[in-house]
Design a binder for this molecule. Structure first.
Ligand SMILES: C[S@@+](CC[C@H](N)C(=O)[O-])C[C@H]1O[C@@H](n2cnc3c(N)ncnc32)[C@H](O)[C@@H]1O
Length: 192
């Protein structure tokens, strides 16, 4: 995938939410993670993390918005459930981006709002858990910027050509299983 992204959270108050968000960021391939004005013991979360996220991603702790230093050319994207935020499915993710999420009991601060290049929201009825909002944002980035085959018109996955140069055995196993499934479904539809 082109570019890179980082994820951050402002004023986080629950260790479990931080652990959850860092773990998702690591799993989705974030290049760095940051916290601004944390209200928890970040070190304790770090010590109890079993996914290794803290060991494999640069992790920054900033005590104020003014302390925040992002790489040159990196656009700051505020993730906040506001009326005039851009809806995530219509948002073009910047190639180089840092996503910042807000605290459990509040919103992103006016200071960070002054620094953001974009503000996005996940279209839904009301606010959800900060860790889940972060994961959905990263998932949207990955599916809109990753190189995945197009979805087919009919239900099911795309017809894939065998990729003999990349993990050939695993790929062939997958392909033959889906071929078997299609055959079984067809038989079911035809009542045979
Ligand atoms: C639980 S929400 C904060 C509580 C919320 N301000 C309220 O109404 O009480 C925590 C953070 O999750 C993120 N968030 C949750 N739902 C969201 C959504 N639908 N769109 C964008 N961000 C969301 C935002 O970063 C938000 O600051």
């Amino acid at each position: 995938m082109r570019g890179y992204f980082g994820v951050g959270v402002e004023g986080i108050t629950k260790e479990q939410n931080l652990g959850n968000l860092v773990r998702s960021a690591h799993a989705f391939g974030a290049s760095f993670f940051f916290v601004i004005r944390p209200e928890i013991d970040v070190h304790a979360v770090r010590v109890s993390d079993t996914s290794g996220a803290f060991d494999h991603m640069p992790f920054y702790v900033w005590e104020s918005v003014d302390d925040m230093v992002l790489p040159k050319g990196c656009q700051l994207v505020g993730v906040e459930f506001m009326e005039d935020s851009v809806e995530l499915p219509s948002f073009r993710h910047p190639t180089r981006a840092a996503y910042i999420l807000g605290p459990e009991m509040g919103d992103l601060s006016p200071e960070i709002m002054e620094k953001v290049d974009h503000i996005i929201k996940i279209p839904m009825k009301f606010c959800i858990n900060v860790g889940v909002a972060g994961a959905l944002t990263m998932y949207d980035r990955v599916i809109s910027m990753g190189r995945f085959p197009d979805r087919p018109v009919r239900p099911g996955g795309p017809e894939l050509e065998p990729m003999t140069d990349v993990m050939p055995e695993r790929h062939h196993r997958r392909r033959s299983r889906s071929a078997e499934k299609r055959k079984a479904n067809k038989a079911l539809q035809e009542g045979t």
